[in-house]
Design a protein around this ligand. Structure first.
Ligand SMILES: Cc1cc2nc3c(=O)[nH]c(=O)nc-3n(C[C@H](O)[C@H](O)[C@H](O)COP(=O)(O)OP(=O)(O)OC[C@H]3O[C@@H](n4cnc5c(N)ncnc54)[C@H](O)[C@@H]3O)c2cc1C
Length: 320
């Protein structure tokens, strides 16, 4: 039924997003396991840095360059992608599970009469069907879905920051396309200097209510600046107004998969774990040794974060 898998890349500021590269690794594994040609589609100008794609095991890269470049929206991207999928007869599509790709998947699904399975992992391709699993109800359940549609779109849960090492055999094809954003376009973008999308952070330092106050997040900021990391928060912290919503990790926040996740004064409620369980190394600092966060942590420090963090910062300052 399928001979290829086509991965849609996402970028920002001329850089392919980490969340996209992480999911690309998962997509490549699916392609290898099922003997499929692995294609990728990139839509955007020629200034995008494609060097990180060299080791991703991509067989063919279709780079769609809009004639009149407009900032990328799912609406604006859809026609170019739909055309290349039709021209090249590509019927199995994957992307990272992000807000952008979830919206794009809707457009592609209508155009191709395709089924969509979102936020999935454990993808199995059989002779006449595809099955994939996903967590539901804040990770309390796993459901497995199966579709026998001939066009399928998967938004993939990212992996644990694994580093691929494929030999570069990527064939590059550039296609100039008409822009299709005339009806729906970004009319204003505000850039907040210090904001890094936590979904793209390689190291994430996350604070919970155990940090005691908004002011104590200075400790997390300090640690983050030493490690070139970003700061995240639990929902209770966001609800208390200590940190902005875009820093929230979890079921109603963002799903993250950094290489290192440091949870400081975070209890580890199921709704929180749902958004960070895929982190590669999880370190928890909590004064309660029975806190659920220790069930998913690889390393734990049982102690008062307000005392442990300054010592950790001092140690790093002396040794970095
Ligand atoms: C529908 C729904 C969706 C939700 N979505 C999310 C979500 O997306 N993200 C999310 O995070 N939550 C979410 N929640 C809330 C979630 O259930 C928890 O209430 C929340 O995660 C708890 O936040 P916390 O760990 O910061 O606070 P607490 O539960 O108050 O935990 C604080 C922890 O800090 C420890 N501690 C206290 N003082 C210190 C200290 N000095 N040093 C070290 N440790 C200390 C305590 O032992 C405790 O384990 C959701 C809830 C619902 C119902």
């Amino acid at each position: 039924m399928f001979t290829s898998l086509t991965f849609i890349l996402e970028h920002s500021n001329n850089t392919i997003k980490k969340s996209s590269l992480d999911a690309c690794v998962v997509a490549k594994q699916i392609a290898v396991q099922n003997n499929l040609t692995f294609n990728a589609v990139l839509i955007g100008n020629t200034g995008i840095d494609i060097i990180p794609l060299n080791k991703m095991g991509i067989d063919r890269l279709f780079h769609l360059v809009p004639k009149d470049y407009v900032e990328q929206t799912p609406f604006g991207a859809r026609n170019g992608i739909i055309k290349v999928l039709a021209d090249k007869q590509l019927n199995l599509i994957a992307s990272a599970h992000t807000a952008f790709n979830s919206e794009l998947a809707g457009y592609l699904s209508i155009a191709k009469d395709a089924d969509i399975i979102t936020n999935c992992f454990d993808v199995h391709i059989n002779e006449n069907s595809i099955s994939a699993s996903r967590h539901v109800f804040a990770g309390r359940f796993k459901e497995t879905l199966q579709t026998s549609k001939s066009n399928v779109i998967l938004t993939l849960r990212a992996t644990k920051g694994e580093i691929p090492h494929y030999e570069n055999k990527m064939q590059y094809e550039q296609h100039i396309i008409e822009s299709s954003a005339e009806k729906c376009k970004i009319i204003e973008t505000k850039h907040f200097d210090k904001i890094v999308d936590i979904a793209d952070a390689n190291i994430l330092i996350v604070g919970g209510k155990g940090m005691q106050s908004a002011a104590n997040f200075n400790l997390l900021e300090e640690l983050a600046s030493l490690l070139n990391a970003s700061v995240g928060a639990s929902r209770d912290v966001v609800d208390a107004g200590w940190r902005p919503q875009y820093e929230q990790v979890g079921q109603t926040g963002k799903t993250v998969s950094p290489a290192i996740y440091v949870a400081c004064g975070v209890s580890g409620a199921v709704q929180h774990i749902a958004g960070m369980r895929n982190s590669r190394i999880i370190i928890a600092i909590n004064k309660d040794e029975t806190a659920p966060i220790f069930r998913v942590a690889h390393y734990g420090i049982i102690g008062d974060a307000i005392e442990v963090l300054p010592r950790l910062i001092k140690e790093l300052r002396n040794n970095l």
